[in-house]
Design a protein. Structure first.
Ligand SMILES: C[S@@+](CC[C@H](N)C(=O)[O-])C[C@H]1O[C@@H](n2cnc3c(N)ncnc32)[C@H](O)[C@@H]1O
Length: 196
C-alpha cells in the first residue's frame, strides 16, 4: 500500500491526455502483486501514467514501457527518475517499435466501444476491440518461451467472442472486478502448443 502511494505521488496528477490510474489499473496491480516479477523482463504496453510499469520495476522487474503518446512517455521517465527506478520508454504503435521478447506483457487497452477513435486513451472502436485484436495478433513474437500476457477486458468487449477469434492463444481469467455498468477481467494469455 505504501508502494502504491509512493508511485501515485511520483506520477502526480496526470494531465494533457495522459490516462489517470483508475479501477482497471488497480485491478491489474492486484494481479501483478501476486506474481514473482523480480528479474523478469516486463513490457507495459499503453503505459499511460506509467503506474503499471513503475509498479513492476519497484517489484524488481526489468521494465520497458511503450505508448503512442510522447507526453505520457515524458511523464513516465520523470516519475522513474523521482523514484530512482530504471525503465526503458519507447514510442510505439502497439508493438511496432518494441525491441525484444518478454516474460510478461501487460496491456490495459483503450477498450470503450465507440463509433470512432476520438480519445485514444479510452476509445476502442467497434466492441472496444480495435487495439485488443491488433495486440493479440502481434503478441507471439514478443513473448519468451513460457512468457505470457496480461490483458484487461470489460464485459462491454464481449470477451468470449474475443477468445473465440484467437485460437492460437489460451486464455484464463486471473482477476475480476464488478463495477456498476461493467465487469472488468484480467486475462492471462499464452501461446498454445499447437504441436501437442
Ligand atoms: C486505458 S489507458 C491505460 C493506461 C495505463 N496502462 C493504466 O493502466 O492506467 C490506454 C493507453 O493506451 C495508449 N494507446 C492508445 N493507442 C495506442 C497504440 N496504438 N499503441 C500504444 N499505446 C496506445 C493510450 O495512450 C493510453 O495511455
Amino acid at each position: 500500500m505504501s508502494d502504491i502511494r509512493e508511485l501515485l505521488s511520483a506520477i502526480g496528477k496526470p494531465s494533457g491526455g495522459v490516462y489517470a490510474p483508475s479501477d482497471d489499473t488497480f485491478l491489474m496491480i492486484d494481479v501483478l502483486s501476486t506474481m514473482a516479477l523480480r528479474g523478469k523482463d516486463v513490457l507495459d504496453l499503453g503505459t499511460g501514467s506509467g503506474m503499471l510499469g513503475l509498479f513492476c520495476a519497484k517489484m524488481g522487474a526489468r521494465v520497458t514501457v511503450a505508448d503512442i503518446e510522447d507526453s505520457a512517455l515524458e511523464k513516465v521517465r520523470a516519475a522513474a527518475r523521482r523514484l530512482n527506478l530504471m525503465i526503458e520508454a519507447v514510442r510505439s504503435d502497439i508493438f511496432s517499435s518494441v525491441p525484444g521478447r518478454f516474460d510478461v506483457v501487460i496491456f490495459n487497452p483503450p477498450y470503450l466501444p465507440s463509433d470512432e477513435i476520438k480519445d485514444p486513451t479510452v476509445d476502442g472502436g467497434n466492441y472496444g476491440r480495435h487495439l485488443v485484436d491488433r495486440f493479440l495478433e502481434d503478441l507471439a513474437p514478443h513473448l519468451k518461451e513460457d512468457g505470457f500476457a496480461l490483458l484487461l477486458l470489460s464485459s462491454l468487449n464481449d470477451p468470449a467472442a474475443i477468445i473465440d477469434s484467437h485460437r492460437e492463444l489460451s486464455f484464463s481469467v486471473v482477476g475480476s472486478r464488478s463495477l456498476f455498468f461493467e465487469e472488468l477481467q484480467v486475462l492471462l494469455c499464452k501461446l498454445r502448443n499447437l504441436a501437442s
